[in-house]
Write a protein that binds this ligand. Sequence first.
Ligand code: NAD
Length: 488
Amino acid sequence: MSAASESELLATVPDRLFIGGEWVSGSGGGSIDVRDPATGAVLKTIADATPADGLAALDAAVAAADSWAATAPRQRGEILRGAFDLLQERRDDVALLMTLEMGKPLAEAAGEVSYGGEFLRWFSEEAVRISGRYGRNPEGTGQMVVSQRPVGPCYLITPWNFPLAMATRKIAPALAAGCTVVVKPAELTPLTTLYVARLLEEAGLPAGVLNVITTSTSGAVSEPIIADPRLRKLSFTGSTPVGRTLMKQAAQNVLRTSMELGGNAPFVVFGDADLDKAVEGALLAKFRNIGQACTAANRFIVHRSVAAEFSRRVAERVGAMRIGRGTEEGVAIGPLIDDRAVDKADELVQDAVSRGATLVAGGHRVDGPGSFYEPTVVTAVPLDSEILREEIFGPVVSVVEFDDEEEAVRLANDTEYGLVSYVFTENLARGQRMIDKLDTGMMGLNVGVLSNAAAPFGGVKQSGLGREGGLEGIHEYLSTKYTLIPNG
Ligand code: NAD
């Protein structure tokens, strides 16, 4: 892709806040430089919202709430479907935009356009399927009616790692349910959300239904919004520490919350696994998004009988991965989001090695410009290593060995997180036992990637609360009302 087409695309991306159907400058006059993590160059300078701008966005969402809730579900669905169609027309642009601001290889960005777009289509279809119940009470004295109502104005906070999908996974069900929203994307990758807002505007979304604020002071801007009694729901995707802080703030007004937080996924390979499948699954589960996914396999727990062979094959594939800017042909490993992410990956690898792990591939930073780290494999990782406790969020495979099924389960569950697990075995009964025994909200059985708009995505333990996508996703934005009608 030529530099000219990159700059032409960037020129089409809004650089202001979207409040009440208007693209407005921030009231403080400040700006945010959005950078390309592969070069460090500024891609675009956009408005930096103040707390007053955040509250203005909430004002707009509150003002539009009743009329949007009263809009026919079919009409809400048609607008989402229109945005889906526009996204398909511009899929190359959206993919490039994500690669530019986040760094993932272009082919993966195209995959995210498909995945992220599906939330618009799926919830366009769900908008007309919001249903209730009607039936006689057990005493026979009346009729019980159970209906669903939109929860009201929502505040949606998204992370930088999947700039499109994390936004549509919240925006689409909220709008389908009849809620108005204020969206705050991560300051590192806000451009895709601004682009999506424009698509929804073009698709006919009424003013005030969707508002977007971009800010470099997320805490200061978010706190007054969360404290405002007119807000009804907070949906957050991001790290567990920030999620905890937000849950405390949300407790003040007993807000409905959805929390999609961090992960520390176990990837368990049994001795009876098909190693071809396990190696392919490992590459997907680890290196997609340059390892920067909440669903990324963090701990490879491999049966002693196959550990050496599995590690050798993974290391061989890792050695052939090309590192570079995501726009370049054949690049598998783009930059990490910033230099801090490189420091963290390196510290975790060095800590494991200093405790006795064996480095079998990678293990070094790559000279700049840009924030690159080599795809890395460490084996025989001691159990007290930090790399097994923390989300790595980088392209590092860390392998520990086990001897029996019970030990594998114990190791896999030995974390405060519980988002997703991966299990590789050709023994169906064992696979079924793992479904029951692993404490995670999701599991891939002989597969390394499982996200789907039609599936409920979410975790248990400190990976969060609530589900996004699937039949469950829209219920995060609906409240249940029960009415009794006594017999006449
Ligand atoms: P982060 O928690 O630093 O930031 C997430 C969002 O919260 C950003 O928009 C950020 O600006 C905002 N934020 C930060 N501090 C805030 C505050 N005090 N008040 C209000 N907003 C605040 O996370 P990140 O680095 O952007 O994303 C990576 C994390 O997200 C990882 O832990 C990853 O596992 C998690 N994640 C989870 C899921 C999931 O579905 N479970 C999906 C993607 C990412």
